[in-house]
Design a protein around this ligand. Structure first.
Ligand code: SAM
Length: 190
């Protein structure tokens, strides 16, 4: 299990096991868009990805996301990469570039679900042109411009299903779902 929250609300018994999914964020600008990239990381983690590869590296961001994982559970990791092309070459699975110019996600999904390992790639303000030809698939979540955060969330939900509630004991802190108000239990909670 990749993170404490990974898992599908839909039955998988009749299908092959869900792929292990990693996310690569290219074109991160340390100091300029830490919030957006942090949201890519948090969404990747919460929706069941195993890791975020971050290009270029940003140790402060990795530390912040690590603190979230330490508190809320799972084994999600942020892995720094200086060379996204080499990562694409050596990744042991299919590379799925999320872009509004690609083929529709709904149509591509059955093929993606057959892979054991997937690398979802999202860009920033400017996407390197070679990413289109170096990827196994170019996949669109609708053909309108929106955001890398939304593209990762929707794709992970379609691949892995909605995150499951965290089991008791699987994290330092967990939320007890409430119709009203906020209920958190675990270490350090008064
Ligand atoms: N002008 C950029 C380009 O060349 O594609 C758009 C960048 S957009 C602000 C940032 C990222 O969000 C894109 O690189 C892509 O990964 C993701 N994205 C935005 N809209 C998308 C869509 N409709 N489908 C899939 N991914 C999308």
């Amino acid at each position: 299990m990749a993170t404490a929250s990974r898992g599908s609300s839909r039955s998988r018994s009749a299908r092959s096991p869900a792929p292990e999914v990693s996310v690569l964020r290219v074109g991160h600008r340390p100091g300029r868009d830490p919030r957006l990239t942090t949201h890519v990381a948090l969404v990747a983690r919460a929706f069941g990805a195993r890791r975020l590869y971050l290009h270029p590296p940003d140790p402060e961001l990795a530390t912040r996301v690590g603190a979230v994982t330490a508190r809320w559970g799972g084994d999600f990791e942020v892995v720094a990469t200086d060379d996204w092309k080499s990562l694409l070459r050596t990744f042991p699975g299919a590379v799925v570039h999320l872009t509004m110019y690609g083929l529709p996600l709904g149509r591509t999904l059955p093929k993606l679900a057959r892979h054991r390992n997937l690398l979802l790639v999202v860009g920033g303000a400017k996407v390197p042109a070679e990413l289109y030809r170096r990827s196994t698939y170019n996949v669109a979540v609708g053909h309108q411009p929106h955001s890398e955060v939304a593209a990762v969330a929707v794709t992970l939900e379609r691949l892995l299903g909605l995150p499951r509630p965290v089991r008791p004991g699987a994290a330092r802190q967990r939320i007890v779902p409430s119709a009203r108000g906020k209920r958190v239990v675990g270490e350090g909670v008064a």
